[in-house]
Design a protein around this ligand. Structure first.
Ligand code: CA
Length: 217
């Protein structure tokens, strides 16, 4: 799950990036409104956390231009405490949710999970396929009721494939989901993780679509 973080405060941004990575997101962090907008328009992100007070381009303008460009990326805005007007304007401009600073990281994580769920048209928090049940909040996977131990990368791949059930997910999309755009990736790393997932969950679950990518369902 690839997340765009727009936050100019270095301490808060750093803390958010670390916390969100621990939640299994691949985080690309921008400290400037204009760069955030460019990245959101040119790259595939699954969700965005947008501070409203940004240099370069104000967060509300970033949001406005995003929606004017028909981007439907789920956006959670971060506002100053008591900034009721900003929250109302942000929601009316197409933000999907908001949190006021200071906020609780667990609450942010829960709200993001809920946004992802809604953006995929799901009302249940669990991802299920055949005998597999993945719980995004608890970061746990069960097969036939028995918990299966996965590494964080394996979990991220499985979650993304389950989120996109029935659709082919390209190798590059999965790699971006795992690493973001600023890390060199070993050419067979994805294969290794998929191989390990198949060993743990059965060979039939993840199908290789030759030349295109991978698919569940
Ligand atoms: Ca700020």
């Amino acid at each position: 799950m690839r997340l765009l973080l727009a936050e100019d405060d270095p301490l808060l941004g750093d803390g958010l990036k670390t916390a969100l990575q621990a939640e299994g997101y691949t985080v690309d962090w921008f400290k400037d409104g204009r760069q955030s907008l460019q990245a959101a328009l040119n790259e595939d992100f699954d969700i965005a956390v947008l501070d409203l007070g940004l240099p370069g381009l104000d967060g509300l303008d970033v949001l406005k231009q995003l929606r004017n460009s028909n981007s439907d990326i789920p956006v959670l805005i971060l506002t100053a405490r008591d900034a009721v007007d900003d929250r109302i304007t942000g929601l009316d401009l197409g933000a999907d949710d908001y949190l006021s600073k200071p906020f609780d990281l667990d609450e942010l994580a829960a709200r993001l999970r809920s946004l992802v769920r809604r953006s995929r048209g799901r009302s249940t928090p669990l991802l299920e396929y055949a005998d597999i049940v993945l719980d995004p909040a608890a970061q746990k996977v069960r097969q036939d009721g028995v918990e299966v131990e996965l590494t964080l990368k394996e979990f991220i791949i499985l979650r993304y494939l389950l989120e996109n059930q029935g659709r082919v997910v390209s190798r590059s999309r999965l790699e971006q989901t795992m690493y973001g755009w600023d890390v060199e990736i070993g050419s067979n790393t994805l294969e290794v993780h998929v191989h390990n997932l198949r060993k743990k969950l059965g060979q039939q679950l993840i199908k290789t679509v030759r030349g295109l990518g991978y698919k569940i369902g």
